[in-house]
Design a protein around this ligand. Structure first.
Ligand code: FDM
Length: 212
């Protein structure tokens, strides 16, 4: 019996607009799982620690200008440079909770006017998430929450467009969670969804690639 395929970790992705609560909910989820003894790591994209990530970070801070397609491909490259490590973590039984992934990549770039299929193409072959937790908050509500920062994209009109593209990307791996519930209410729902997903992966659900 090939034990390795029997106990793989789950790839769990958080998506949603800026200020939808992804970062705090993913942190709460990871500490909950760790307390339960589940092997898990918190990841995020963009991963600003790599050289590609530093180029992305400078772009987001408006410290550098890049052509729309160029920055799109850098975001994608930033996921590709982590793919091997991602797969080995999953296969060794570690679950990954990832703050943003390919859906952010496609939604944000298409919201600028790039063709959606063109945007999806470089993501083909990355690992498909087992579960996408979409924290659903209307753009107007998100904008009211403590205000946006000064990074590129943190503007209401742009976020409205991103929301439209996100809705075109929904697939059966997505769970839409009402991001306007209380922090504890959201947390409770997420815990249930995630426990079920981790179980299915442990039982040998195969690792697949984008797009499903
Ligand atoms: N973003 C994020 C993209 O435009 N493409 C991507 O592939 C990813 C992962 O970068 F505005 C955007 C979304 C957001 C910005 O994200 C930085 P964080 O979560 O605020 O670091």
């Amino acid at each position: 019996v090939d034990r390795s395929s029997l106990s793989r970790g789950a790839l769990i992705v958080f998506e949603g607009l800026d200020r939808s609560g992804k970062t705090s909910q993913s942190a709460r989820l990871v500490s909950f799982l760790k307390e339960k003894g589940v092997p898990v790591e918190a990841w995020r994209f963009p991963d600003r620690s790599t050289r590609v990530g530093q180029m992305i970070s400078a772009y987001l801070a408006n410290e550098s200008q890049l052509d729309d397609r160029t920055i799109h491909l850098l975001f994608s490259a930033n996921r590709w440079e982590k793919r091997v490590q991602m797969e080995s973590k999953l296969r060794s039984g570690t679950s990954l909770v990832v703050d943003r992934y390919s859906y952010s990549g496609v939604a944000f770039s298409s919201a600028k006017g790039l063709d959606i299929d063109w945007c999806k193409a470089p993501e083909v072959g990355l690992i498909a998430p087992d579960l996408v937790l979409f924290l659903d908050v209307p753009p107007e509500r998100a904008a009211e929450r403590g205000g946006y920062g000064t990074e590129r994209y943190e503007q209401l009109e742009f976020q409205k467009k991103v929301a439209q593209y996100y809705s075109m990307l929904r697939d059966p791996t997505w769970e839409i969670v009402d991001g306007c519930l209380t922090v504890e209410g959201i947390e409770e729902k997420l815990r249930g969804l995630v426990s079920e997903c981790i179980d299915t992966c442990q039982k040998g659900k195969p690792v697949t690639n984008l797009w499903p």
